[in-house]
Design a protein around this ligand. Sequence first.
Ligand code: BGP
Length: 491
Amino acid sequence: MGFPKGFMWGGATAANQYEGGYDEGGRGLSTQDVRTAGSRTRKRTVTYTDSSGVHKEATRFEPMGKGSKGILEDGRYYPSHQAVDFYHRCKEDIALFAEMGFRCFRMSVSWTRLYPDGTEAEPNEEGIRFYRDVFTELKRYGIEPLVTLNHFDLPLYLANEKGGWTDRDTVGHFERFCRTCFTCFKGLVKYWKTFNEINCMLDWNKLGIVTDDPNEFHQALYHVFLASARAVIAGHEADPDNRIGMMIAYGAVYPLNCDPDTYLNNLLSLHNIQWYCDVQCRGYYPAYKLKEFEREGIRLDIREEDAEILKRGTVDFIGFSYYFSSVSKAGVSVAMTGDQGKDVPNPYLEKNEWGWQIDPVGLRSVCNELYDRYQLPLWIVENGYGGIDEPVWSEADGKRTCVIHDPYRVDYLRKHIQQIEKAIRIDGIDILGYTPWGCIDLISAGTGEMRKRYGFIYVDKDDEGNGTLDRYRKDSFFWYQKVCESNGEIL
Ligand code: BGP
């Protein structure tokens, strides 16, 4: 078998979808806290007031306009507020992860739990205590934390009052937050990632941009790259043992046919995704991107010291999420947004109920693509099957309980793990670990639902926020337990 000793089997989560406790322990509001629930057919929205104070809602890609501010509306359901309550159930959950045999656990630190507005000089001690306890508990079971420093959250204050990432000061605020993490969690956390799915940071929730002006978008993103680089530098200074990666949503992209023009178009459309890796792994903007800026008239506000920061702040490994593959066609740009409805269908592949095209072989292809291009270790930090589970409820010893048969999830994961094994054994790729997404059911990022479930552990909660939040082991729990125990031999 290809899996090396010490391969990091585990699972992945993110604070805004998992943690809850949104107004407890001194935590401040984040942009994710003003996002409503949606569904496959009804998009999630942000509730906000426009510059005249009129209450409005906008979906992910709708510009909100200058002077807009995210707000909470009475009587609305905001899924991040409670999420699935890791805040109060962390010990119970960690015990379940340990029972499955996790060697690592991916989670994110909520920025506003440490810095409620993002601008404070000193961190919130209660927030630090919470995460320190979590990491200590993980260590007690021999589980290595893999920490995402930013998983789609931005302090609401910074977004509303300062323009979020369009403001260069946000870089400094983020660096202060990261330095606090590196100092306070030293010895407890060694593996970090800067920004989750940096290529999906297109909207107000993540960047704080209120217009669809490409210049504003690229300036904000430039600040994110700088912030990532400064975090990497700070992390290495704090502890040379720290390993700090980037994180991108990646997927295989196939040309529609063998027409040379189609092939070329495919190659170039890959640049839409690859340039994020180029900046973070090589330390500078690639020539094709600079040419594009020239053509589009995009001018960035760049300071002299920035080039050196980007260069010094390159990452130690590439973390990526992989859920589906796409087909490119001239005139249709491929972006890993998860909105596959608009994509070109691939006749060789099946889809899940959310239209995501399932493609295990594509995972091996992208491992090759990334490793050939950057020669950095890879970590598949998200992958998984989001589907509808049907629990079978019964009473046992006066307690309500349930079983969940989820062979579709096992089938999806098994086929992907087989391809990872080949990528290691046959292609010689250095892959550090595998942390399937939503190892415990949590709120969907795309739709805000609970019914799109990824977990090995079922959480009793519905799309309107009702339920006991009790946890139940699915069939896949016992399957993954064997995978971890046998280091991927028993699939
Ligand atoms: C990625 C995110 C995760 C996660 C996952 C699944 O984009 O990093 O936060 O949610 O996709 O997406 P969804 O929840 O929309 O099914």
